[in-house]
Design a protein around this ligand. Structure first.
Ligand code: IPD
Ligand code: CA
Ligand code: CA
Length: 265
């Protein structure tokens, strides 16, 4: 384990690295190059690649014994649960970057022996760095974020990716909640829950880098973050994911499980 002082020193360096992206990102966007990966909706750009490479260089320089688990470059998972591990989604919401030049973010999570210690979600367009420090709370830029007050489903907005959900489940969720909104970047949909703007965000198949930061935010702010069976999520594998206000968590999961479940039949 490392001391709180060492943790804060790492935090300071990472925040500096994030703020330096303010110079890099506009340069990269000027020459935006987009490629497809597994299908025509699965995009990667020069921005994604350059940010991940820049963080790799940051680790090489300051913390060469730390491991990197990144969406674009590093997929060796054998050793990640021990020692110092960083999970990065260099651009979450790449489709938003390409189509709207807005609503994308950088997600970073730091784990020591599998336990979350530092977390970041950087909403670059809005200049908002959300960060959390083990045992010390969560912050928007340097302002502490309040712990979440419980709210029932009927009073909250919720977001979910509806592609794999059947119509009955979608309509049940719409009827039971106050309203539906989807940002389309898992990190920023999660930020809405972290700030109390949304009651819950659901992702039916989150990748580890989509959710690498959310563990610590949930812990520090009193949110629920589990799979749909109310079990902890493995940060190395990801999978079905909900981050939720505690006041609507049970209600949302009951709806996902009712009448044979949420999956398209
Ligand atoms: C995507 C976004 C999106 C989610 C997708 C993710 P990417 O991440 O988080 O909201 O629905 O499943 O893959 O590919 O833009 O990093
Ligand atoms: Ca992502
Ligand atoms: Ca990504």
């Amino acid at each position: 384990m490392i001391s709180d002082t060492q943790l804060l020193e790492i935090d300071e360096r990472v925040q500096k690295w994030l703020s330096e992206l303010d110079t890099l990102i506009p340069e990269l966007i000027k020459t935006l190059k987009t490629e497809t990966k597994s299908n025509r909706f699965d995009l990667v750009t020069n921005v994604d690649r350059a940010i991940e490479e820049s963080f790799e260089a940051f680790l090489d320089r300051y913390y060469s014994d730390h491991q990197l688990y990144g969406e674009e470059l590093h997929h060796n998972t054998d050793t990640l649960r021990t020692g110092h591990t960083w999970v990065i989604d260099p651009i979450d919401g790449t489709a938003n970057l390409v189509k709207q030049q807005n609503d994308f973010c950088i997600i970073l999570g730091y784990f020591i022996d599998g336990v979350p210690a530092l977390s970041y979600i950087y909403d670059y367009e809005r200049g908002e760095i959300y960060h959390a420090v083990r045992g010390q709370g969560a912050f928007l830029n340097q302002q502490p974020l309040s712990r979440i007050t419980a709210q029932p489903l009927k009073d909250v907005m919720i977001s979910f990716n509806n592609k794999v959900m059947n119509d009955e489940t979608i309509h049940a969720l719409l009827d039971a909640s106050f309203a539906y909104r989807l940002v389309g970047a898992c990190g920023l949909d999660s930020v809405r829950v972290i700030t109390g703007q949304f009651g819950a965000h659901i992702h039916t198949n989150a990748k580890p880098w989509d959710i690498g930061a959310q563990f610590l935010f949930a812990q520090e702010l009193g949110l629920k973050m589990t799979n749909f069976e109310k079990e902890p999520i493995d940060f190395v594998t990801g999978g079905p994911f909900i981050i939720s206000n505690p006041g609507c968590y049970d209600e949302v999961l009951d709806i996902l499980h009712q009448d044979g479940g949420y999956q398209k039949r």
